[in-house]
Design a protein around this ligand. Structure first.
Ligand code: NAD
Length: 322
């Protein structure tokens, strides 16, 4: 039995899908933020689904295919009809490196479906396109993905990346309707909200908008970022100071950060990586509190003050495009 579903759902572009405003980012199931056992992974997915999260995002890259396998097990264990959840995975980025060729991405979906134990994914997204040739994405990768729609293995097509300009580059060059969704990360949070400026453009192109990493991949948590985090020492230090300030006031920076990210309703879903049932509970509670009570404006203003010197600071990602 599904519990009452108080989590807000938002329409996703022109897909006709409604996604929960908090989406489940499955990279932690690939042990990206510490080890998660198989039984925990299954319990986390179950909890998320029963609290109203209907959107699950993964990639063959996360944990070198482990995330897809764990998510597949978690979804299967739900024992609910396939149309009750929405799944996205990606292609072109692998543990072994990048390959956005039509041949590789066409093979990739079959591998992903097998690991996920699914017949289709709702979205297949080109993963971190700034690491490939954007012209290849336009002329070869996306046409291959569009072809996959005809096979029924893929319902919709998307692109993901860090630099926002890659989205504009691609969307200006493909026929309308080629790209159904765009996944941006680390650009709609307390420390960096540059996605906001691009939202009207993306809307005008009719694409659904997904924003990932509201906790800036761990920067906006009490325990801090993982070792591999690419932020500058200055940005890390500012976020640590902000987290410490919240803690001192008896507040939780992760809750505030997620609530901040939920503000813009043109962004259909905020993908959060969760590696425990407790984090699922906390994040769903934060979203419900946001919808019913609103956000803690006073503490948010204080954090924004602390983060002002590093506002919108990002990091390099990808190759030099010719
Ligand atoms: P995130 O900002 O969601 O942070 C995840 C970290 O925060 C993890 O360590 C998690 O354990 C911790 N966390 C979550 N809830 C918490 C809570 N309530 N209290 C304390 N800590 C908490 O970053 P992310 O996981 O990198 O991003 C979310 C998802 O978005 C990913 O799992 C992935 O699915 C997707 N994503 C995609 C891309 C891409 O396509 N290029 C890039 C980044 C993220």
């Amino acid at each position: 039995m599904m519990a009452a579903n108080p989590l807000e759902q938002r329409p996703l572009g022109k897909t006709g899908l409604k996604v929960s405003c908090v989406g489940f980012g499955a990279s932690p199931l690939g042990n990206v933020f510490g080890v998660v056992s198989e039984s925990d992974a299954i319990a986390i997915v179950r909890r998320a689904f029963h609290l109203g999260i209907n959107f699950f995002d993964t990639s063959p890259y996360y944990g070198g295919t482990l995330s897809e396998k764990m998510l597949g097990k978690g979804l299967k264990a739900l024992e609910v009809p396939r149309n009750q959840y929405i799944v996205s995975t990606k292609c072109g980025r692998y543990k072994e490196g990048f390959d956005f060729s039509a041949e590789r991405v066409t093979k990739s979906i079959d591998e992903s479906l097998e690991r996920l134990q699914l017949d289709y994914v709702d979205f297949l997204q080109c993963h971190d396109i700034e690491f490939g040739s954007l012209d290849q994405i336009v002329t070869e990768t996306l046409p291959a993905l569009v072809k996959l729609k005809e096979t029924g293995k893929v319902k919709f097509v998307g692109i993901t990346g860090l630099p926002l300009e890659v989205f504009t580059y691609v969307l200006e060059r493909v026929p309308p309707g080629t790209v159904d969704v765009v996944l941006s990360y680390c650009h709609y949070g307390i420390n960096d909200n540059t996605l906001e400026e691009v939202v009207p453009y993306l809307k005008s192109k009719g694409v659904g908008i997904i924003s990932a990493s509201p906790l800036a991949m761990g920067l906006l948590t009490e325990s801090g970022a993982p070792d591999w985090h690419p932020a500058s020492p200055q940005l890390k230090a500012a976020c640590e100071a902000a987290a410490a300030h919240c803690k001192e006031k008896g507040k939780n920076i992760s809750k505030l950060a997620l609530q901040y990210s939920l503000c813009n309703k043109d962004i259909s879903t905020i993908l959060v990586g969760m590696n425990s049932v407790k984090q699922v509970d906390e994040n769903v509670d934060a979203a419900i509190e946001f919808a019913t009570v609103g956000k803690d404006e006073k503490t948010l203003a204080e954090i924004e003050g602390i983060l002002k010197p590093v506002k919108n600071q990002t990091w390099a990602s990808g190759i030099q495009q010719s």
